[in-house]
Design a protein around this ligand. Sequence first.
Ligand code: GLU
Length: 423
Amino acid sequence: MATKETKGSHEGQTDILISTQTVIMKALEKLGYPDEVYELLKEPIRLLTVRIPVRMDDGSIQIFTGYRSQHNDAVGPTKGGVRFHPNVTEKEVKALSIWMSLKAGIVDLPYGGGKGGIICDPREMSFRELERLSRGYVRAISQFVGPSKDIPAPDVFTNSQIMAWMMDEYSRIDEFNNPGFITGKPIVLGGSHGRESATAKGVTICIEEAAKKKNIDIKGARVVIQGFGNAGSFLAKFMHDAGAKVIAISDAYGALHDPNGLDIDYLLDRRDSFGTVTKLFNHTISNKELLELDCDILVPAAIENQITKDNANDINARIVVEAANGPTTLEATKLLTEREILLVPDVLASSGGVTVSYFEWVQNRQGYYWSEEEVEEKLRDVMVKAFANIYTTATNRRIDMRLAAYMVGVRKMAEAARFRGWI
Ligand code: GLU
């Protein structure tokens, strides 16, 4: 019987953990916290590595490596997605869990940050192989997670079906139906209305608020979106419906560009479940070219380290809103800020997903469910307030919105740890 192991790699990429730690340190310094607070928050408090044997359809066994990182649970249970991707690394999962803590602080949720990942390529796995992997992961981490401990959710290449399998597996282990163990579930299994499009909705609200600051009318604004996954595709739809001109979108294989605006409904119809669509077209441009297009609003909604010191000066947008986690490096943040491009950071812009996940968890706990309108109204309140808070902090202190967001995000966690007597 053949066994095969998967490996993750991020070679040659800017170290996102170090970048995050750098900004956390600056934020804590500005807030006047002593060094111990940084020592506590610079790394996750717990990290679990698991190896998951999965029977593949051809009868062989493949061993997958997975992680679950819990950054800090001073405020409450940890919370965050699980990604299935060949480039998952321990370091990435750690950084992502820290970002989840910051997001929870920014939108004021009663959570700390968590994140999980499995090194795998779901594009090359069958439906049943994915089911076995999802269930295997839950069996491996079941002691470590739970509705009052650490609550997983979807992330890159995971979806409501995967959440359903995970919830079912956890409920079997627990011997009772436990929908609050995970969020991003299908509606019939206790999912929340509006969860699937929540990240994009949150990004849209941030775009609207940022556009007001820059006197940009969304109607007719030229929007470029990198990525056509969950966030990118819903966002293209929302922008298109709001009267903006989405002039370019991309997937992992290339980008489509039309200065007169793309036919978004057609592209949504043709994309596959991983957001791939450009392969159907002959005339494509590269992702690099897409980022440099002349536009009003640029939204990196794909992966990390896309805007770096090498291309920051070639960005031709008035606003950059980070829908992905970590798309802009710290050097690039500085260069964009110097050029007066308004950068709305990931920890704020992408926090709509976890906000509606929180609503889902609350609904599961109370057993009473809200309408789509209620969810949307509550999300809007949260996002508008968070944007205003961070924008004001940035303006008053003359700092960029990333540092301001970290200051807002880290404060509640530091306070909670202090009250608990940890520092
Ligand atoms: N994976 C999403 C994020 O990075 C959502 C996490 C959640 O809903 O808990 O924010």
